[in-house]
Write a protein that binds this ligand. Structure first.
Ligand code: KIV
Length: 278
């Protein structure tokens, strides 16, 4: 059981200055959040990846504000010692600054999470500035941005040319200036991630971004071997929970068929004098 305390906004900069690494995973429900809260992992993202992992969609575009709020609330309850990030879903910040602030306010007010995350580089500056001005902590997200992956040519490594690497560095610098306290950097070559990490004084949280970033991010269901649909190259599986669960379910099924379960140990064994009615 971890004796960690929740990170503060100033810890993020301090960790970066001191070169102290930290880790970040996803959760979408109370039980998983409470398990992560018992671990040493410092941050939980309630990501719009819940569209695939929890709701069985093909992508993240159909996830709504109500879906996000429904899933962020129990995570906040389950993980009081862990920094909780609420993802802004597709369509909740692409219309206007006002609507972006309204939706960011909703996430914070209705869930009590610690910050919001939104995707995009320099094109999102006015949104980020408006949300930061409203007093809300903002985590950026550049590189592969799943909500707009089709316009990036699909789910592919980003920053693989000198021009696109330069754009990522410029995006990171601009996001820091706009007030982001940290930035997720997804699916980029390790040496590009290193350059982005060195270019800013806020932490770079890498997923598929190699070893030189400040923090490593993984989707919990991927790294525990729970999600069966596909496994990206950058995912290391630290357990095979899906296999363990299927084995346990099959054992329950076999014991049920063979009358082995429930044994007296799992039954209420009080003697009762039952009136003869039949
Ligand atoms: O929604 C999500 O899980 C994410 C991670 C891939 C960083 O945005």
């Amino acid at each position: 059981m971890s004796n960690k305390t929740k990170m503060t906004i100033s810890d993020f900069k301090k960790f970066k200055q001191e070169g102290k690494k930290f880790s970040y995973v996803t959760a979408y429900d109370y039980t998983m959040a409470s398990i992560i809260n018992d671990s040493d992992v410092e941050i939980i993202l309630v990501g719009d990846s819940l569209g695939m992992i929890m709701l069985g969609y093909k992508g993240t575009e159909s996830v709504t504000m109500d879906d996000m709020i429904h899933h962020i609330r129990p995570v906040v309850k389950g993980a009081p010692n862990t920094w909780i990030v609420g993802d802004m879903p597709f369509g909740s910040y692409n219309v206007s600054d006002e609507e972006a602030v309204r939706n960011a306010n909703r996430i914070i007010k209705e869930t009590n999470c610690d910050c919001i995350k939104l995707e995009g580089g320099v094109e999102m500056l006015s949104r980020i500035q408006a949300i930061v001005r409203a007093g809300i902590n903002v985590m950026g997200h550049i590189g592969l941005t799943p909500q707009t992956a089709s316009s990036l040519g699909g789910f592919k490594v980003q920053g693989g040319t000198p021009e696109s690497a330069k754009k990522l560095i410029e995006d990171a610098i601009a996001l820091e200036k706009a007030g982001c306290f940290s930035i997720v950097l997804e699916c980029v070559p390790s040496m590009v991630a290193k350059a982005v990490t060195e270019a800013v004084s806020i932490p770079i949280l890498g997923i598929g971004a190699g070893p030189h970033v400040d923090c490593q991010v993984l989707v919990t269901q991927d790294m525990l071997g729970m999600y069966g649909d596909f496994k990206p190259k950058f995912v290391k599986q630290y357990a095979q929970i899906r296999k363990t669960m299927v084995e346990a379910l099959n054992e329950f099924h076999r014991e049920t068929l063979e009358g082995e379960f429930p044994s007296p140990e799992f039954s209420f064994n009080k003697e009762v004098d039952i009136p003869k009615l039949y």
